[in-house]
Write a protein that binds this ligand. Structure first.
Ligand SMILES: [Zn+2]
Length: 251
């Protein structure tokens, strides 16, 4: 993160400490697996997941394009099964944002494999009150790490969640939830970006898709503005999981 300009004395000593910390980390830092918390023997295919966990993650081999009712394409890197629910829940509620750092490079491979192109990544926003409560938006953190892996910039300020949905919304029926989500999201009309959006491709990013209603509603104002939206999530339980043997047979 950039140092604020114009700060001299405290920033100088702060910079020295942060350089020292950086040097120590480079020499003595032992990476650990974000899934099992054990030390990782480098090199690994993903720098933050050990080989054992990597081989057990429920990748959506050949099924990254999700079957769903949305009007735009949706991709997911993992099935929402095995260790994924635990990873996602801890990323959301227990400040295990290191898990976003571990998942993002693997999601970047979905972007690459599927040939997805985008001018920006737009994380599904939280309502400002929820954001204040939790202190962070897991989708925005995932977006930042994904941006590091792909070079696609993150657009945080455009899409706003202007209505707060209650926590029980997860338990509602799909129909009730769809009604409930209507007009929850809008665009920041004061943003200078609004003018040049039509036709631009964007990745709308979230951690999980369950019913799909949140992602559909978040996309609504973007689609209305003429943006070409592609959805990307870490995980969804949609489509049938293929075991490794079955998947290998189909290849
Ligand atoms: Zn592990």
């Amino acid at each position: 993160m950039a140092e604020p300009a114009g700060v001299t004395e405290p920033a100088g000593s702060h910079r020295f400490l942060s350089m020292l910390r950086g040097a120590l980390e480079r020499f003595y830092y032992i990476p650990y697996c974000a899934v099992c918390d054990e030390a990782v023997e480098p090199p690994t295919p993903s720098p933050f997941v050990c080989k054992n966990c990597l081989s057990q993650l429920p990748f959506r081999m050949g099924k990254e394009e999700v079957s769903w009712e949305g009007s735009f394409p949706l991709y997911a890197t993992f099935f929402y099964k095995d260790v994924l629910p635990g990873l996602i829940v801890s990323m959301k509620f227990s400040e295990r944002t290191d898990r976003a750092r571990a998942l993002a490079p693997l999601m970047a491979r979905t972007i690459q494999r599927q040939g997805l192109t985008a001018d920006a990544i737009i994380p599904v926003p939280l309502h400002r009150r929820r954001l204040a409560e939790r202190g962070y938006n897991q989708a925005a953190i995932l977006a930042d790490f994904l941006s590091k892996s792909t070079g696609i910039p993150v657009l945080n300020s455009l899409l706003i969640r202007h209505l707060e949905t209650d926590r029980q919304s997860e338990a509602r029926s799909v129909r009730e939830r769809k009604l409930h989500m209507r007009d929850v999201f809008c665009l920041d009309r004061t943003s200078p970006l609004v003018a040049g959006l039509a036709g631009r491709p964007v990745l709308l990013l979230d951690d999980v898709v369950t019913t799909g209603s949140t992602l559909m509603e978040a996309a609504r104002p973007l689609l209305a503005e003429g943006l070409r939206v592609t959805g990307l999530v870490a995980a969804t339980g949609r489509d049938r999981y293929l075991g490794y043997g079955e998947a290998a047979q189909q290849w």
